[in-house]
Design a protein around this ligand. Structure first.
Ligand code: GLU
Length: 291
């Protein structure tokens, strides 16, 4: 039995493009090299943007590309209960709070914060409300049916876990600024992030952390755009007492114009390349995988 388990975890919000192919091949090749297991996970918590036809297309495109994965495939939309249970544990610890604010109000709060925290790699850094909502005001808003999201309070996390700079992860690839080896997390770049969105009751961070643990993922291999998300994942692992994987963030593939591929670049989807006559072997070779 190998202890190397890794995964490719696309969201079915569009067709896979060359950037996804590069990522999937990188993960698959790492599993092959290590004699390990390769899992595919469908990250479809956003039930509005995710579509069954895109999920079907993911299977088809990856199969065409020459990848093989284990069945059954974990589909996040089938595990909302597990994410809810994770959130309940965090609530019981007192590290999350209800946030009723609109995006506009959040930006106003940030504007008033003493050390304007600005924009981090994960978006605006919300330092938390200047004043916590009183129990009465909160009860009133709940009774009035006002929507809210659950945010992780970095202050409460710090209180519970102590010095967060002691929390590290092993990076065997490279972060966007050359970070590698044993890396300290960077909570200052994150702020009070949303752990359960108003509409879906969970978030990417919570679902991915719980799933990686449930699936015994030993090596998380993914694009550099998610390097800073690792800070959130390590914090959640520490709070929920989950094991830390080894991380490897790979370069993001860029097109001829130097821009990253995006789902809107229709011409570069695997599907349109295939329809235009490309062979899977050519794509693999173009991306640097020669089998
Ligand atoms: N589902 C995420 C994405 O589509 C990837 C999650 C991960 O690898 O941690 O970008």
């Amino acid at each position: 039995m190998t202890d190397f388990i890794t995964r490719f975890a696309p969201s079915p919000t569009g067709h896979l493009h060359l950037g996804h192919a590069f990522s999937a091949l990188t993960v698959f090749a790492a599993a092959q090299k290590a004699g390990g297991r390769f899992l595919l996970r469908i990250e479809d918590i956003d039930t509005i943007r995710c579509k069954p036809e895109f999920e079907e297309a993911i299977f088809e495109d990856l199969d065409w590309l020459g990848l093989e994965w284990e069945a059954p495939v974990r589909r996040q939309s089938e595990h909302f209960d597990a994410y809810r249970a994770g959130l309940e544990r965090l609530k019981a610890m007192g590290v999350v709070y209800r946030c009723f604010k609109t995006r506009k109000e959040i930006l106003e709060d940030i504007g008033r914060a003493p050390h304007h925290p600005g924009e981090g790699p994960e978006g605006v850094i919300y330092p938390g409300p200047a004043e916590p909502l009183s129990a009465d005001a909160e009860a009133e808003k709940i009774a009035a049916g006002e929507p809210y999201a659950w945010r992780l309070s970095m202050a409460a996390v710090q209180q519970r876990l102590g010095d967060l700079s002691r929390l590290t992860f092993e990076e065997t690839g490279e972060g966007p600024n050359g970070e590698t080896g044993i890396c300290a997390i960077q909570p200052d770049l994150i702020g009070d992030a949303i752990l359960a969105r108003k509409d879906i009751g969970t978030s990417y961070h919570l679902a991915v952390t719980l799933d990686d643990a449930t699936q015994n993922i030993s090596h998380v291999i993914r694009g550099q755009d998610l390097f800073f998300a690792t800070t959130m994942h390590r914090i959640l692992q520490a709070l929920l007492d989950l094991p830390a994987a080894v991380y490897r963030h790979h370069d993001l593939l860029t097109g001829a114009d130097g821009a990253r591929f995006a789902k809107r670049d229709k011409a570069q989807t695997l599907r349109s390349l295939r329809e235009a006559g490309a062979e899977a072997a050519d794509i693999r070779q173009q991306l640097g995988f020669d089998w």
